[in-house]
Structures are given as C-alpha cells and as structure tokens.
Design a protein around this ligand. Structure first.
Ligand code: SF4
Ligand code: SF4
Length: 442
C-alpha cells in the first residue's frame, strides 16, 4: 500500500488520535518521516486501556505499524511502553516485534506520555520548542490509533467503537469496548456504577482529564476512561478551583521558590518554560511578551500544581489562560534558534509515577489490572455524534432527519483541510441533524 492509499483508507474511516486531542491521523504521514513511535506509555494513573489493546490485539497494532512504516518509507519504529507494562506483556528492551519495529522500555515516571518527553526517552532527540515531531522526522501514534488503522486498512471498518477504562472509587473497575455516541449514563447504568454527590466523573486521567456531566456526556472518539473520583482529593480540588481564585491565590501566596520550574518536565528538557516567573508576572499584572508566548510550550501535565507547589498554586492554569488568549489572537510561539539542552540533573528530578499517584490522591483506587469485559455489549437506545470530535474543522451532516442508517454508514463528512469523517455506530433512524450533532435512535 502506498502513502496515498494509506491516507485515503484512514480518511475514509475517520481515524483520529485516540489518545489525546483527536488530531486527524492521515495528516501526520509524509515521506519526510523516518521513525514511528507508538505511544503506549499510558502515563496517567488508573488507566489500563492501552494495556488491554496490546494484550489482546498486539498483532493488529504491529500490522498497522508495518503498513505505516512501509508507506512512509520509514527506516524503523518503536513500541514505547513503561517498565511495568512491558513486564506484564513479557516484552523486553530492544525486542524485535517485526522487521522494523522494536520495543523501547520507558522508566516509570510521569508524564512519560507527553510527546516531547516520549520522543526524548525513546530516541534521545529533543523536539525544537514550538515544532511538531515531524520536524525531527518522527511520527507519534497512540496504540489505539494503530488498532483503528489496522481495522480501516484490512477490514474497511470505520471508527465506531472505543476502548475505555471505567474505574476510580467504584467496587469493580473494568476495561471494555463501547459504541461511540453511547450516553455515559446508559453505560454506567449497565455497569451498576453511580456517581455520588460528593464525587465527579472524569473523562481521561486524574491529572489531565476533564470533569464531565454523567447525565449529558457521551462516548467520543477520544474518550479514554471514565473515572469516578471524590471531590476532596488534590486531583479534583485543582479542577474545581476557578481561574479567578487561582490568580488571587498566586498574587498573595507565591514565594517564588521556583520549585515548579525545577520539576517542570519540559523545562528539564531545556524548554524556556519557567512557571515560577510566569505566575509572578501574571499575579503582578506584568506584560512580558516572551514569558507569555512561552506558555504555548506547556503540555498541561500538572506537575507544577500537584507535585511542586506547596501553596496549592497552579502555574498550569495561568498558562492555560494565556494559551487561550494567544489562540484567540492567533499569536504563536517562535523559537529563537537557541540550542535546547536537557538539564544535567533531569534524571534526579523526574517524578516517579507511584509518587505522583499518591500526590493526586488516587493511589487507594488503584487495585491493579482490572478485568476486561470481553462479552460486554450495550446497544444504546440512541447515540449522539458530535460534529467535532477532532482537531480542525467540524464535519458537516451527511444525513437528514428521518433517514435510516446502518452501523458504519457515513453520517458526517469531513470539511476541507484538517477534519475527520464520522460514522454511525448503530442501525437506526436519524432523530436530529444539526451542525453540532447528529442523534440516531430506534
Ligand atoms: S512552586 Fe508555588 S510558590 Fe513556588 S514559585 Fe511555583 S507557584 Fe510560586
Ligand atoms: S503543567 Fe506545569 S509542569 Fe507541566 S509543562 Fe506546564 S508548566 Fe510545566
């Protein structure tokens, strides 16, 4: 399969990055790429989704990697995963998985899934600040994205299902596959999981995930997990603290100790990201353009707020606000060309994942690998497919109210440029079709 054929299959199937913001995957591949890195770090606590994809579907993950490397004429690739996951899967450092694909065992530190950190740990290259991995000839794909590519290329199957972990403060966590568009409330009911008043539901990991409303949320192409967590643990307190209060606290409590900078994973790789300076400037109302544009280098890992600051301050939120303003005003970080050199003390300052899990307040909810519900089947009464489950322009509805559709039918057509197709995950009748979402039911 050549590169154009590969991209066409991926576009037709609506494959987007399953492990993050949902970047339409076909746009990552070019013949400038030399190295494929499969991100299997699963760096947030309590998540076992990628682990189970590898345990159950490794042949498909490897098969997709081969087809990508051949189409892009890449010389080699790595399956990068943490030490404990490698041990569970009986994989060892350097093990050959196929002609050009090798195992890379990563240390058990956080945030190993951040692309910049992952690339450095895998091939010892620091991506130039503000640049994409392809600038260094690298393409990074999540494990589930590769699984979806295999299904698209060899089965012609579009993305209609999602692997996810259900866990947190519940008696029995699990990993399962659910139809995209399934109301979260129906899924939780089927599993007999409730979200008590003093808990919240998180889509994603405890550190970087977001609070969602269990009554209205649906499974999307980027849902990685559903975690029920108490409002009183540090991971959630930080999410519930509003931005204004964060700024007021920063103004009164920051002692400029610079610990947030000392532990910042991107600062440790040589990025000019200095959260202690940004929080001081922001609280004093200073305008330093360079300090502000540097905010775009922040990956929102949360190490500064959860692990570094003993005053409960959040440089991460300050940076998030600045990034929002910059995006609105179309201002982009420009690297000045200076060399980027990792801190010589980096190895001693990296944050062990177990320690981070304790700091987040979620260690007591980690009961080891949960079960995989292989026979789980939930046919939802209706599905809601958002037109924008990906980075880029929203898809436009390809069906109208009253139409009957089958599972896997195209219902949302990708816009020109960066966008992604959408497909129905069930058979049914179109109950609503707007620029925002399509509802299908029986
Ligand atoms: S760790 Fe906290 S107190 Fe220290 S500089 Fe950073 S924000 Fe300020
Ligand atoms: S969230 Fe904090 S620690 Fe993480 S990259 Fe941003 S500034 Fe650094």
């Amino acid at each position: 399969m050549n590169l154009n054929e590969l991209k066409a299959a991926i576009v037709a199937a609506g494959v987007v990055g399953a492990g993050g913001a949902g970047f339409p995957t076909a746009f990552k591949y070019t013949e400038d790429a030399d190295t494929l890195i499969i991100n299997a770090a699963e760096c947030e606590p309590l998540l076992y989704t990628d682990y189970y994809i590898m345990k159950r579907e490794m042949a498909k993950v490897v098969g997709a990697a081969e087809v990508i490397m051949d189409a892009c004429k890449m010389s080699h690739g790595y399956l990068s995963l943490k030490k404990h996951t490698a041990e569970r899967l009986n994989l060892t450092e350097g093990q050959k998985l196929s002609e050009k694909l090798f195992v890379k065992v990563l240390p058990n530190v956080y945030p190993m899934g951040d692309e910049v950190v992952l690339i450095y740990e895998t091939i010892h290259k620091v991506i130039t600040p503000g640049s994409l991995p392809i600038s260094a000839g690298v393409v990074v794909n999540n494990v589930e994205t590769l699984y979806n590519i295999y299904e698209a290329v060899y089965g012609g199957h579009p993305v209609t299902e999602k692997w996810l972990t259900v866990g947190g403060n519940i008696p029995n966590g699990c990993v399962l596959k659910a139809y995209i568009g399934t109301p979260v409330s129906e899924l939780l009911d089927k599993l007999s999981v409730s979200v008590p008043e003093d808990h919240v539901l998180i889509d994603g990991g405890p550190a970087m995930g977001r609070i969602i409303n269990p009554a209205t949320a649906v499974i999307t192409k980027t849902t990685k997990s559903l975690l029920v967590l108490p409002k009183t643990i540090p991971a959630i307190i930080s999410k519930l603290t509003n931005d204004e209060l964060s700024m007021k606290r920063a103004a009164s409590a920051c002692c400029s100790c610079s610990r947030c900078t000392d532990l910042c994973p991107r600062h440790l790789l040589g990025y000019s990201l200095e959260p202690h300076k940004a929080i001081r400037a922001a609280s004093a109302g200073e305008i330093d353009p360079q300090l502000y544009t540097n905010a775009q280098l922040c990956c929102a890992c949360g190490v500064c707020e959860i692990a570094a600051c003993c005053h409960g301050l959040s440089p991460k939120k300050v940076f998030a606000n600045i990034k929002g303003l910059m995006a609105k005003n179309r201002i982009r970080y420009q690297h000045d060309g200076s060399p980027v050199t990792p801190d010589p003390d980096r190895d001693y300052r990296m944050l062990p994942s177990d320690r981070f899990m304790q700091m987040l307040g979620v260690a007591r909810f980690d009961k080891g690998v949960p079960v995989f519900l292989k026979d789980f089947e939930l046919m939802p009464t209706r599905i809601v497919i958002g037109m924008k489950q990906h980075v880029g322009a929203p898809a436009s509805p390809a069906v109208k109210v009253g139409d009957f559709v089958c599972a896997a039918d195209l219902i949302g057509k990708a816009a020109d440029g960066i966008s992604a197709n959408l497909h129905s995950s069930i058979d049914g009748k179109v109950l609503a079709s707007t620029d925002r979402e399509i509802v299908i039911g029986n």
